[in-house]
Ligand binder design. Structure first.
Ligand code: NIG
Ligand code: FE
Length: 408
C-alpha cells in the first residue's frame, strides 16, 4: 500500500496543489527536482522531496529507481477510442491521393465507422476498446476522455456510451465520456436527425447518466453553427458542458458560440482567425490542438506557437480515432508539437500533462506530481531527460507505468 520510490534522477512536474492552468510564457517552465524521492499511499501521492533530506521509514516498501526519470502520466483530453474496426482501407486511398473530404464523400469517413459499428455487439466493442485502452495506458496515458459519435442512431450511440461506462468500471484511471451524437448526419433528412438527437438521444443519455460532456462537429458539410447552438442549448438542460470540434477545415463561427455556451474546450483549431484568438483569450474556454490529425490527414497544424505567444493556455491531445488520427501515443504528440508546431519540449509536455488535466476538469486529480493527486506516473528507461520524450520521436522512453501507485 505504502511505497517510497528513491533515487529518482529527475522528478518532473512537481507543483503545489491548486495552481491554475498555464498560459503563455508560463508554459515554458516545468518545475522538477533532481535526485528525489516520491512517497505513495493508498493510490495517492503522499509526499516528495530531495534524497538529501530522505528519512527511512519501515512502513514503506522501497523501490530504488537508480537515477531514472519520473513523470506524471499524460492526460489525453480528446479521443474516439471506442470503434468497431480500423479504416486502413481509407489510409490506402489517402496514400493514392484522395483527401479526407473526398474519402468521406465516397462513403468513407465517420459514416463508414458508423456502418461498421451497427452490426457490432456491445461485448465485441468492449473487447476492442479494452485492448486499445490498455495499450494507451502502457504508452503513458493516465487519464482520458472518450467520445461516442460512431453510432448515429439512438441504439448505437447508447451502446457506445455503455461501453465507455463499462471501461470506467474496469480501469483504475479517470475516464470522462462525451456524447457526440452530432458527429455526422446519418441520412439526408437533417431536421429529422436533429429531432432524434435532441428529443430522444439526449434525454436517454441523461437518464442513464452516460455522459460528462456534449460535443458537436461544427464544420461545413457537418453541423452548422445554428445546429450546434440548438444542441448545446439542449445539453445545458441536461447538465452537459460542451467540448466541441471546431475550425478543423473552416472557421464558420463555432468558436464564438462555444465560448458563449461556456465550453470547457474548443478542439482542432487548424484554422484560427486572429479575432477568435482574442475571444478565447478573454474566456475560460481552453484551446486544444490535435497535431496527430494534422500529421495523418496532411492538413495545416493549429497555430499553437501563436496561441502561446498571445498569452493563451494550450492543451494537446491525440484525437485517437480510426479515420484521422490512428495513434494514441502521447509521446508522439509531444514530438509532433515540437517538430511541426515549434513548441519547446517543456511547452509540449505541459500541454499534455498539467494543462491537459484542466481540459477534463481533473486538475485536482492528475497532471502533475502534487500531494494528494493520484499516484499515476511514468518511470523512464535509463538516461532519459524531458527533451528525450519529444526528441527521440517514435522511440519508447518508458520503462513502466504506475497507476494508483501500482505497476500497470
Ligand atoms: O476529430 N473531425 C471530426 N471527427 C474526428 C474524425 C472522425 C473520423 O474520421 O472518424 C476528428 O478528427
Ligand atoms: Fe476528434
Amino acid at each position: 500500500m505504502q511505497k517510497v520510490f528513491i533515487n529518482i534522477g529527475t522528478l518532473l512536474q512537481t507543483r503545489e496543489p491548486g495552481t491554475k492552468i498555464l498560459r503563455g510564457a508560463l508554459m515554458a517552465d516545468v518545475p522538477s527536482l533532481k535526485n528525489a524521492w516520491l512517497k505513495t499511499n493508498d493510490g495517492l501521492i503522499e509526499d516528495y522531496g530531495f534524497m538529501n533530506d530522505f528519512v527511512e521509514d519501515n512502513a514503506y516498501e522501497v523501490v530504488d529507481l537508480k537515477g531514472r526519470m519520473v513523470s506524471p502520466t499524460f492526460v489525453d483530453s480528446h479521443t474516439h477510442l471506442v470503434f468497431a474496426a480500423d479504416r486502413d482501407e481509407e489510409f490506402v486511398m489517402k496514400i493514392k491521393g484522395m483527401d479526407y473530404q473526398s474519402i468521406a464523400a465516397a462513403g468513407g469517413g465517420i459514416i463508414n465507422s458508423a456502418k461498421k459499428l451497427e452490426g457490432t455487439s456491445l461485448e465485441e466493442l468492449l473487447d476492442g476498446a479494452r485492448q486499445r485502452l490498455s495499450e494507451a495506458i502502457a504508452s503513458g496515458t493516465g487519464a482520458i476522455e472518450i467520445k461516442s459519435g460512431y453510432g448515429l442512431t439512438m441504439e448505437a450511440e447508447i451502446k457506445m456510451l455503455q461501453v465507455i461506462a463499462q471501461l470506467k468500471q474496469e480501469f483504475a484511471i479517470p475516464i470522462k465520456s462525451t456524447f457526440l451524437g452530432a458527429h455526422a448526419f446519418p441520412h439526408a433528412d437533417h431536421d429529422k436527425y436533429m429531432k432524434t438527437l435532441l428529443q430522444e438521444m439526449l434525454p436517454e443519455v441523461y437518464s442513464q447518466q452516460l455522459a460528462n460532456y456534449i460535443d458537436c462537429f461544427c464544420e461545413e458539410g457537418y453541423f452548422s453553427v445554428d445546429q450546434m447552438c440548438h444542441i448545446l442549448e439542449a445539453g445545458e438542460k441536461y447538465e452537459l458542458k460542451p467540448k466541441v470540434h471546431v475550425n478543423q477545415f473552416n472557421a464558420i463561427g463555432g468558436v464564438e458560440k462555444a465560448i458563449e455556451f461556456g465550453a470547457v474546450s474548443v478542439d482542432h483549431l487548424e484554422v484560427l482567425p486572429e479575432s477568435e484568438m482574442v475571444l478565447l483569450k478573454d474566456s475560460d474556454t481552453i484551446p486544444v490542438a490535435l497535431p496527430g490529425c494534422s500529421f495523418f490527414i496532411n492538413i495545416p497544424f493549429a497555430p499553437a506557437r501563436k496561441i502561446i505567444e498571445n498569452g493563451l493556455p494550450l492543451v494537446l491531445a491525440s484525437d485517437f480515432n480510426p479515420g484521422s488520427a490512428p495513434s494514441f501515443n502521447m509521446s508522439l504528440i509531444n514530438s509532433l508539437a515540437t517538430m511541426k508546431m515549434k513548441l519547446l519540449p517543456e511547452e509540449a509536455f505541459n500541454a499534455t500533462t498539467y494543462n491537459a488535466a484542466h481540459a477534463l476538469e481533473l486538475e485536482s486529480e492528475v497532471g502533475s506530481i502534487s500531494k494528494g493527486k493520484r499516484a499515476n506516473f511514468i518511470v523512464s528507461k535509463p538516461n532519459r531527460t524531458l527533451n528525450s520524450i519529444a526528441y527521440n520521436f517514435g522511440v519508447d522512453w518508458i520503462d513502466s507505468v504506475y497507476i494508483r501507485g501500482e505497476k500497470f
